[in-house]
Design a protein around this ligand. Structure first.
Ligand code: GLP
Length: 250
């Protein structure tokens, strides 16, 4: 596990974008696992900027996103397909057909989850998975107390997650109660993991995830068992780690 500190959000975004960019330059056919939420917005902005300057070519990559809300049409501004199109895909040269987001409008969620697992398998797995972290320690939408060996599945969102994500909706009632998420199993099978975090509100959960017991009650704690995980976080998000185990920060 490598922990890289950044002074602020912009620097965190730039460092993380550098890692993704290196992956794409070295391996233009990479399968990128992508994430949503407010944290990665700056990473996508930076990648777009380098694309526009001619530094990166996304034409041969494939992508699989971690998750999607159930019941939101793709035109809904808070659907993760909309987010990905508007924050990233529409601005770079990745063919849309190469991009994958679970279909939250599928009639049969189980069948959609199996289809998504197949997509990941047919692509040969994920080369680099970008991750944010939720306040419950969730990655993707893998909420606390679920089995670590689940593949893509439908989850009932925890109240704390609904409250945290309500800032993007008109009110809490509009936040979908269910989501489809890639399972911990596929995430852990990714060759490389890149977790990003910023802000003081992530400091405690980041510490518990990276240095606490490995337990389904903190889903991100499983990352301790991955052999190629990089964390890029700003100093606020690293404040508890900085206090309790400063030697861990590179
Ligand atoms: C959502 C997403 C997660 C993300 C989390 C944190 O719940 N499903 O993938 O990591 O939010 O979001 P933010 O980056 O906005 O704090």
């Amino acid at each position: 596990m490598k922990i890289i500190s950044a002074p602020d959000y912009q620097s965190m975004s730039r460092k993380a974008a550098n890692i993704i960019s290196a992956q794409v330059i070295l391996f233009p056919d990479s399968v990128l696992g992508l994430a949503t939420g407010s944290t990665p917005v700056g990473v996508y902005k930076q990648l777009i900027n380098w694309f526009e300057k001619g530094d990166i070519d996304f034409s041969r990559i494939h992508s699989v996103n971690l998750d999607e809300y159930c019941g939101l049409p793709v035109e809904h501004e808070q659907s993760y397909r909309y987010y990905m199109d508007h924050n990233f895909f529409n601005h770079v040269n990745v063919p849309k057909a190469n991009t994958n987001v679970p279909n939250g409008l599928a009639k049969d969620f189980d069948a959609e989850c199996r289809r998504y697992d197949k997509v990941i398998a047919q692509l040969g797995g994920i080369d680099l998975q970008l991750l944010g972290i939720g306040h419950t320690g969730h990655i993707g939408f893998n909420e606390p107390d679920e089995d670590f060996d689940k593949t893509t599945h439908c989850v009932k969102l925890k109240q704390q997650t609904i409250e945290a994500n309500s800032r993007f909706f008109a009110n809490e009632d509009e936040v979908p109660k269910y989501a489809l998420t890639m399972g911990i199993k596929a995430i852990m099978q990714a060759k490389k993991l890149l977790l990003i975090a910023n802000g003081a509100d992530k400091a405690e959960i980041l510490y518990r995830s990276l240095f606490g017991p490995i337990t389904p009650s903190v889903p991100a704690s499983i990352l301790q068992l991955h052999n190629d995980v990089t964390i890029v976080a700003d100093e606020e998000a690293l404040s508890v780690i900085r206090e309790k185990c400063p030697e861990a920060i590179g």
